[in-house]
Design a protein around this ligand. Structure first.
Ligand code: HEC
Length: 112
C-alpha cells in the first residue's frame, strides 16, 4: 500500500517537473521574440523600464497591448502588422505577462 502511494507521489512530482520545464521553455521562446524586436532597448530586458516606461508585468488586455504597438506615436516606433505579426505580438504579450511583480520596497531588507 505505502509503496503504491509512494509511486503515485513520485509520478506526480515527475509530472510537475516536466510541466515546469515546458512552461520555462515557452517563456524563453517568447522572450527571444521580445528581444528580437528590440523592445528591450527602451523598456529593458525584463520590460522593467529604462529609457521608456516599465511594461512588465503588463495589466493591459491583449487587444489594448497590440493596439498600442500598432498605433503611430511620436515617442515609440509603430509596429505595423507587416513588421510584427499578430502571433509575434502575442508572444511578446505572453512574455510581459509572465514577468513577476517586483517585491514591495518594504519587503527588501536593505531598503527598510
Ligand atoms: C525607441 C524606444 C522604444 C522601443 C524600441 C519600444 N518602445 Fe514601447 N514605448 C516607448 C516610449 C517612449 C513609450 C511611452 C510613450 C508613448 O506613449 O508613446 C512606450 C510605451 C510602451 C507601452 C505602453 C506603456 C504604458 O503603460 O503606457 C507599451 C505596452 C510598449 N511601449 C511596448 C513596447 C514593445 C512590446 C516594444 C517592442 C515591440 C516596444 N515597446 C519598443 C519607447 C519604445
Amino acid at each position: 500500500m505505502i509503496v503504491k502511494i509512494m509511486r503515485h507521489v513520485l509520478a506526480l512530482a515527475f509530472l510537475g517537473v516536466v510541466l515546469i520545464a515546458v512552461s520555462a521553455q515557452e517563456v524563453d521562446r517568447d522572450r527571444a521574440v521580445f528581444d528580437s524586436f528590440g523592445c528591450y532597448q527602451c523598456h529593458g530586458h525584463s520590460g522593467q523600464g529604462g529609457a521608456a516606461a516599465r511594461i512588465a508585468p503588463t495589466l493591459y488586455p491583449l487587444e489594448a497591448f497590440v493596439q498600442f504597438l500598432r498605433r503611430p506615436s511620436n515617442e515609440m516606433p509603430a509596429y505595423s502588422v507587416e513588421a510584427l505579426s499578430d502571433a509575434e505580438a502575442e508572444a511578446i504579450y505572453r512574455y510581459v505577462r509572465a514577468v513577476r511583480e517586483p517585491p514591495a520596497v518594504s519587503d527588501i531588507p536593505i531598503l527598510r
